[in-house]
Design a binder for this molecule. Sequence first.
Ligand SMILES: CSC[C@@H](O)[C@@H](O)C(=O)COP(=O)(O)O
Length: 359
Amino acid sequence: MALEAIRYQRGKLEILDQLLLPDETHYLTITDTEDGWKAIKQMQVRGAPAIAIVGCLSLAVELTDKDFATLVELRDFVEEKLDYLVSARPTAVNMADAAARGKALIRQLVKGDDYTSEEAKLLLIKEYESMLQKDIDVNKSIGHFGAKHILQHNSEQPVNVLTHCNTGSLATAGYGTALGVIRCLQEHKKLNHVYFTETRPYNQGARLTAYELVHEKINASLICDSMAAACMAENKIHAVIVGADRVVENGDTANKIGTYQLAIVAKYHSVPFYVACPRTTFDPQKKSGKDIHIEIRPSHEMTTIKGIRIAAAGIDCWNPAFDITPADLITGGIITEFGVFKPEELKVKFEEHEKDGNC
Ligand SMILES: CSC[C@@H](O)[C@@H](O)C(=O)COP(=O)(O)O
């Protein structure tokens, strides 16, 4: 059975508390945007697509039983809540993208003046509800294109891959991005072995990816982040595949801290380096990685594990949650729901699909 990280029915939202995994399976009830904001900030839900889905569905549940006297009142409420949700975690762009689309929809409904506030509210709720299935469909396309590309470059033989952080069912509505590619390779019996990093400091690899890989019975070995170079030197790795929190116009990519060093090591060992992400992770407003705001997380996420101190008391910490991988290190390509593209092609490719009404 697939892991269910987000449970939703109209007016009711529950998320699997990822801070308690793998030891405890506990679903947390989200009743409004304040609960949604807190769950995102504290990383009870994390991963760029899942952040956007939970943020938007937290607004959907808050709206369900709320009445608005006018369309303008509804619009002002929605816009304020969306801005609030975007502020929870600044680097991942998917929530900001969903907020911009939500605002555009509500403004269009207000302008047309064809709906009552109740009807407009319902349209927005339905839009956000559709994100769950859309995300799964998008991830399956990413999986398909990524697996196909990797196999074409490896004579269709089973491959060994290396991944970082958690990009699977827990980070999305289901299936996953980089982990979706791995899942697809496994489904086609073309996956030999997965090496994956523990992903310090918050151990999304050791806690969450390990949990998913065990659940899916995928052949895999956990490595410490510091073992990646030795792993590539000693084992034949056919591809490194990671997710993304924000890809900007020139293809520079923000992803979990440690991604940049993996890309450098991959280049040194001539291993193709892939980024797997949906269109909603692309931010054409920002020109290069230098323009991306990197979230700095609290020190205790480095100095303690489950409340137990592992670093000397009193030490200062620098704890950026993400780093930037320059486009020229993304040598395999960027795997999207529309195909695999070179980083510098991405903007044009997405514009073509937008024109065709696919985005
Ligand atoms: C499909 S998830 C893509 C990224 O969001 C993922 O690789 C990542 O960096 C997650 O970081 P996190 O800090 O756990 O939210």
